[in-house]
Write a protein that binds this ligand. Structure first.
Ligand SMILES: [Fe+2]
Length: 142
């Protein structure tokens, strides 16, 4: 058994910078070998963990900068995954099966998070820019 994180355009949130970061997370997760010894895997888990933390900070900064009302809930979800990644990067993984289970967990978490929570945020952003342009449009009429 093996798992590959495969990018799908359905995962796009419509923001190229964030899409790129999500793709990079997929790549880093794909780099975890499912047959290697635990010593080989831990630095790679750590690399994924660090990148994920940076990516989440970037998203959270964007959310705070526009006053996204659900930022606290979103940050709590990020912290949940960070806690899990931190735990996994501190303990040796037992072997290929452990890595596989870990990757399955991260894949399911990421896809679900991108498709629901990240999308919710970017829909909010596009709703805001729509109402800003509506306003601009109505100013033109007046
Ligand atoms: Fe997020």
């Amino acid at each position: 058994m093996s798992i590959q994180f495969v990018w799908n355009e359905r995962y796009s949130v419509g923001n190229p910078e964030i899409d790129q970061q999500h793709k990079r997370m997929f790549e880093l997760a794909n780099s975890l070998p499912e047959v290697a010894s635990s010593q080989d895997v831990r630095p790679l888990v750590l690399r994924l963990f660090k990148y994920t933390r940076e990516h989440f900070s970037c998203e959270e900064e964007m959310m705070r900068s526009i006053g996204y009302p659900l930022v606290a809930e979103h940050v709590a979800l990020h912290e949940g995954l960070i806690g899990k990644l931190c735990k996994v990067s501190e303990q040796p993984l037992g072997g290929g099966d452990d890595v596989l289970k870990f990757k399955e967990f991260v894949y399911a978490w990421l896809v679900d998070h991108i498709m629901t929570e990240d999308n919710k945020y970017f829909q909010f952003v596009s709703g805001q820019s729509d109402s800003a342009s509506d306003k601009a449009g109505s100013d033109d009429v007046m």
